[in-house]
Design a protein around this ligand. Sequence first.
Ligand SMILES: NC(=O)c1ccc[n+]([C@@H]2O[C@H](COP(=O)([O-])OP(=O)(O)OC[C@H]3O[C@@H](n4cnc5c(N)ncnc54)[C@H](OP(=O)(O)O)[C@@H]3O)[C@@H](O)[C@H]2O)c1
Length: 335
Amino acid sequence: MKKVVVVTGASSGIGLALCERLLSEDEELHLCLACRNLAKAEAARVTLLSSHPTAEITLVQIDVSNLRSVFQASRELKQRFERLDYLYLNAGIMPNPQLNLKALFYGLFSRNIFHMFSTAEGLLTQDDKVTVDGLQEVFETNVFGHFILIRELEPLLCHPDIPSQVIWTSSSNAKKSNFTLEDFQHVKGHEPYSSSKYATDLLSLALNRNFNQQGLYSSVVCPGVVMTNLTYGILPPFIWKLLIPFIFLLRFFINSFTSTPYNGTEALLWLFRQKPEFLNPLTKYHSLTTGLGHNYVSPQKMDLDEETAEKFYQNLLDLEKRFGAIRAKALDSRS
Ligand SMILES: NC(=O)c1ccc[n+]([C@@H]2O[C@H](COP(=O)([O-])OP(=O)(O)OC[C@H]3O[C@@H](n4cnc5c(N)ncnc54)[C@H](OP(=O)(O)O)[C@@H]3O)[C@@H](O)[C@H]2O)c1
């Protein structure tokens, strides 16, 4: 039976490179590109078909920062498929990032220099905004929209006899210090991206606790530092190009500078090959690249606790209840 794989944010960067690698791994897949912009999704499909002409690639439109769109996409997926084997939750944003030059300068002369470069901790702040659903955009895009997608797709993901995998593109920028249960949308802080990625890690842990017995397994990945539209928001492409020699040198000391989307997908692809029952829910899988360009995966224990994860999960279930009317309208077959 063909495996069915859905990838959100498949139109560019890491998501598109992942699709390419998944098809090279198993050309028999049914690959569904879940993207907000159908023109970009179609262009991605054409690119993928040029290297894998016989592949079965379909599209579904989804804007994970808009719950009406998430409910409609879920309805479409439930009409098309009886089950999903893999759901890659990769779409993500870091809007208007600002580099903290003072922190960068001090970091350069501190003992934390390698840690600073590999996690960007303390280096980046972002301007968040509120979506049509009245939620913080970074939280809704990176976490809540995907959470609702999982909830809606439970019937396709939960089959105790055939395990399914939910795989999140998280980040090593996920920091406990930037997340609180009281302000889990990060309304008050200036690092919503870091908060959202920590929230992702907590949610993955809670999903394992609540769904493993039903056959659903969740894992998180850090792709490393990858040159994509997201990083081009931090520094323009020409600056990154100027930094390339420095980055290649740095790779001999910090293997998290994976740099290319292809390299960044190493851990995402590695998880595709694993039996999820044997994975540790407290582990984040990091894509890494050596100074000589060899890709590998490093499992690293996350700084999470079960109690906070469960409370956060309950908070998300409570928040979900607020959107019952939007759900009913979106699922109305006439809409
Ligand atoms: N690049 C890095 O160094 C790095 C490091 C750690 C983690 N990550 C994570 O990797 C993931 C992929 O990012 P990337 O680096 O590949 O950046 P990217 O090229 O900007 O890709 C982001 C993808 O997410 C999609 N997306 C954004 N907002 C969306 C929404 N509201 N609904 C549906 N899709 C949406 C984008 O679609 P459009 O094409 O329509 O914009 C695009 O396909 C993100 O979760 C990011 O946080 C990246």
